[in-house]
Design a protein around this ligand. Sequence first.
Ligand code: SF4
Length: 355
Amino acid sequence: MLQRETTRTVRISNLELGGNPKVYIQSMTNTHTKDVEATVKQIKQLTDAGCEIVRVAVLDMVDAQSLGEIKSKISIPLVADIHFDYRLALEAIRQGVDKIRLNPGNIPKREHVMEVVEACKAKNIPIRIGVNSGSLPNRMAPTAENMVATAKHHIDILESMGFYDIALSLKATDMKLMIEANRLAAKTFPYPLHLGVTEAGTAFSGAIKSAMGIGILLAEGIGNTIRVSLTDNPVLEIQAAKEILKNLGLKDKVPNLISCPTCGRIQYDMIDIAKRIEAYLLTINKTINVAIMGCAVNGPGEATHADIGIAGGKGEAILFRRGKIIKKIKESEVYDVLIEEINQFDDSVIEKDSQ
Ligand code: SF4
């Protein structure tokens, strides 16, 4: 397990951010929050995919008044994303949300911020301050120092009111700036950090950008929650987040697919099988390495190191289980046999073996 920076512990419902090495996966719905049915449906899809904290946009009082019903129908902590209007924050808190995302420096009157802070204190609800490089105040240049200074401005307001249940995010579309800003924030503040490359793009390019930005920081021990922002179905954000965490050893019970890139030695339709198996693996929660290899050159080596593996041949493949050759199978049977092997694989036995 990677060494994690220790931060102040902040509770969100039944989750603890910062005081332990766990990194939580967060996403945001793209339904209209006042459409409770659609919002709950999407949150359930996100939860099934592995989302652990969900944020919804609160644009007006009808959105805010829908939060209680949404909360009563979901099983993960609910975060209300609010800009400028303290009354929406008060209503969201009344409705029972688990966290507020709000920048106190954007609320003009101190007594209004105080009302929100008192309401949060009374219900033990944390506040996330979110600084985006594209919307710094007073036309400040988007630099790491200015992002941290903006965060400090908001934090100072909350701390001056004796409020310390704070989480923080410093997001930028420029991955290098996002990394720099979060490194500086981790040195400057004791609060848990939520990581994300904002407006990262569509599924392919956005996942790569996010994996680099978020992954580099997590590898340095920085970050307590993550969001992969994608212009797509948010369920894909969860799949990408799980890949990032799994590859850094920060999440188990996530299957791992090992597959060769194929070359001129390939003699069966491996790409199709690998894609179908990958789609199936997304639906299960198991610590399992599945290798799908094209031929006998590198195939058996990788396949024997995986928990389940196949090395292809001409119209057939060799099946491996825990390093041992099990049998030859016909190409037409490969998918079904792999699914059966994956379903029967008991990952607790591996954990016992490695102790
Ligand atoms: S495993 Fe075989 S088919 Fe796949 S890339 Fe390597 S040599 Fe080519």
